[in-house]
Design a protein around this ligand. Structure first.
Ligand code: FAD
Length: 479
C-alpha cells in the first residue's frame, strides 16, 4: 500500500469544483481519512474530496467519471471491514467524504419521519428525534462517529434490531448520486409504496459500490417513556437462549435488547475501566432491556418474569437497574469490552450469525476449534443474541509478534467461517463485506447469485469506478 501522488492538473480540476477547502491531497490533510477506527487497516488515496452540497457531490462524481478516477464514499469511517478505505495495492482512488453534508433537513413528528443529509452523525439524528419526543432506534457503539449515510450503505444493525430491525427496516427513502452524476431522489414520506421495484433497498447495504447516498429519510417511533434494564447471571449459553424465547413471551414481546456476554469478556471491559465489576458472578451474562411508550408496568412484568426464570434455574443472579445511571453503567460494560479489544491490539474479529437456537452449538464448536488447533489464543463470545448474532473474537497471546498473529489470525478466521457455514449461518451479520472479506464472500456465492449481483453492478456502474475492490473483485471480470 502506498499513498499515490496526484497530478497537478487533476488537483487543479478538483479544486475548481470543490474549492481548496474541499480537497486534501497532502499526507497530513488525508491522514485521518486513511486509518480505520480499529487501527487494523491503513489505506492510500490520491486525494480526499469533501463536497459541501448535493450539487457538489454531483459535480465531483461527474469530474471523477471524466478523469477515470475511482471513488470511495466515506462516512464516519467506523466500518470494520475496510469498505471506506483502499487497503489494496490498486490503481489509487479518491475518497469522497460526506462529512460536510451534515444538516438535518426535516423532523416530522406527526408522520414519524426524519430527513437528513447523509453525513449527519447518527447521534445527532437520535438527539433531533428525541427533542421531538420521538425515538430513532438505530443504536450502536460507534453512534457518536458513524454517519447515517454510512449506516444505510452498510445496513447497520446494533442493539435494538430485535425490536426495530436493521437500517434496511428503518429507511423510508434515499437520495443517491449515481456513478454518472445523475441524482435519484427517492424521498416520499410513504411507509407503504408498492409501485414496482423498491430501488432504495438496492442501495441499502451496497457499501458504496453503486453510488453515493446524499440523503436519508428514516422512520421515527414514539419515545419509550419507560425502560427497564437488568443484568443477569446464567449458567450457560443454552440457558441464555432458552431464556430469550421465554422472555419474548413472558414480557409481551417488549424486549428492546438482549445482549449475551461470556464472562471471559470482563477482562476486556477492565482494559477501559480497571474498576469495572460485573454486577453478577456467572459463566454467562445477559443484558436485557424492556421498553414501552405507554403506561405499562414494565417493572412488575420483568420482576415476575425473572422470578419464574430463577425458579427454573435459567437465571442464577439478577440485578435490576434502580436508576438511569445504573442502566448506563450496565451498558458501559457491554460497550467497554469492544473498546477494550481494540485497545489490546490486533485480534480476530467476527460478526457471525446463525439461527438463534444454534448459538450455543456455534460457540461450543468455535471454542473447541480454538482450544485444539490454536492453543494459547483466547476466545471471547458476546453479541446481539436476540438476532442470532455472535461476535466470536479471538485474542492472540500477548507475546506473539503482530505479523505472526495476523498470519495465524487469518487461519483462525477461515476456520470460524467453516464452522458457521456448516451451520447454515452467515459470515457477516452486520459489518458487511468491505475489502477484508471480499474474496471469501465472492467465492462463496452461487453462480446465479454472482450473475445477478454482477448484472446490477454493470448496469448501474458500467465503468466500475465506485469503490473498486469492495464487495466485487477489482481485477476479474464480473459476469
Ligand atoms: P464508513 O465506515 O465510512 O463506510 C462503511 C461503508 O459504507 C463503506 O463501504 C463506504 O464506502 C460506504 N459508505 C459510507 N458512506 C456512504 C455514503 N454516503 N454513500 C455510499 N456509501 C457510503 N455495526 C453494526 O451494524 N452494528 C453494531 O452494533 C456495530 N457496532 C460497532 C461498534 C463500534 C465501536 C464500531 C467502531 C463499529 C461498529 N459497527 C457496528 C460498525 C460500523 O459502525 C457500522 O457499520 C456503521 O454503519 C458504519 O458507518 P460509517 O458512517 O462509519 O461508514
Amino acid at each position: 500500500m502506498t499513498i499515490h501522488g496526484i497530478s497537478p492538473d487533476i488537483l487543479t480540476a478538483l479544486e475548481h469544483v470543490l474549492g481548496q477547502s474541499g480537497v486534501a491531497a497532502d499526507a497530513a490533510g488525508m491522514a485521518r481519512y486513511l486509518a480505520d477506527w480499529s487501527g487494523d487497516h491503513r489505506g492510500g488515496a490520491l486525494a480526499v474530496l469533501k463536497p459541501a452540497s448535493v450539487a457538489e457531490v454531483q459535480a465531483t462524481v461527474r469530474l471523477c467519471g471524466r478523469l477515470g478516477l475511482a471513488m470511495i464514499p466515506q462516512g464516519g469511517n467506523t466500518g470494520l471491514v475496510a469498505g471506506a478505505i483502499d487497503i489494496g495495492a490498486g490503481r489509487g482512488a479518491v475518497i469522497i467524504s460526506l462529512e460536510r453534508l451534515n444538516k438535518i433537513r426535516l423532523v416530522d413528528a406527526d408522520n414519524f419521519i426524519l430527513q437528513a443529509d447523509a453525513g449527519c452523525i447518527l447521534q445527532h439524528i437520535k438527539d433531533a428525534a428525541e427533542n421531538r419526543d420521538c425515538l430513532f432506534p438505530l443504536a450502536l457503539g460507534a453512534q457518536g462517529s458513524c454517519q447515517i449515510g454510512g449506516n444505510a450503505a452498510s445496513n447497520a444493525g446494533g442493539v435494538n434490531v430485535l425490536r426495530y430491525g436493521m437500517a434496511r427496516d428503518l429507511i423510508v427513502g434515499l437520495e443517491v448520486v449515481l456513478p454518472d452524476g445523475e441524482l435519484w431522489s427517492g424521498f416520499s414520506g410513504l411507509r407503504k409504496d408498492n409501485r414496482g421495484y423498491d430501488l432504495k433497498q438496492l442501495f441499502v447495504g451496497s457499501e458504496g459500490t453503486l453510488g453515493i447516498i446524499t440523503g436519508v429519510e428514516v422512520k421515527l417511533f414514539p419515545k419509550p417513556g419507560r425502560v427497564e434494564t437488568a443484568y443477569l447471571g446464567l449458567p450457560s449459553f443454552e440457558a441464555a437462549i432458552a431464556l430469550f424465547g421465554q422472555a419474548r413471551r413472558g414480557c409481551s414481546d417488549l424486549i428492546s435488547a438482549f445482549e449475551i456476554i461470556g464472562s471471559e469478556c470482563m477482562e476486556l471491559a477492565r482494559l477501559i475501566d480497571p474498576d469495572v465489576v460485573a454486577p453478577v458472578t456467572a459463566p454467562v451474562h445477559v443484558l436485557i432491556e424492556l421498553s414501552a411508550s405507554a403506561a405499562i408496568d414494565l417493572r412488575t412484568l420483568l420482576v415476575d418474569f425473572l422470578a419464574d426464570a430463577m425458579e427454573k434455574h435459567l437465571v442464577t443472579d439478577a440485578v435490576l437497574a434502580e436508576s438511569g445511571a445504573q442502566a448506563k453503567a450496565f451498558w458501559s460494560i457491554r460497550e467497554g469490552l469492544v473498546e477494550g479489544q481494540a485497545k489490546r491490539g490486533y485480534h480476530v474479529r467476527t460478526d457471525l450469525s446463525v439461527r438463534i437456537s444454534d448459538i450455543p452449538v456455534l460457540i461450543a464448536q468455535a471454542r473447541q476449534f480454538v482450544a485444539l488447533e490454536h492453543p494459547g489464543w483466547i476466545p471471547q463470545a458476546y453479541g446481539h443474541a436476540g438476532d442470532g448474532n455472535i461476535h466470536f473474537n479471538v485474542l492472540p497471546p500477548l507475546d506473539l509478534a503482530e505479523p505472526e498473529a495476523r498470519a495465524r489470525g487469518a487461519r483462525i478466521t477461515a476456520g470460524l467461517y467453516d464452522i458457521v457455514n456448516a451451520l447454515g449461518g452467515s459470515i457477516s451479520a452486520e459489518h458487511g463485506i468491505g475489502r477484508t472479506r471480499q474474496r471469501v464472500y465472492w467465492v462463496g456465492l452461487s453462480p446465479v447469485h454472482r450473475r445477478l449481483v454482477g448484472a446490477l453492478k454493470n448496469a448501474i456502474d458500467p465503468n466500475r469506478l465506485m469503490n473498486p475492490g469492495c464487495l466485487f473483485p477489482s481485477t476479474e471480470t464480473i459476469s
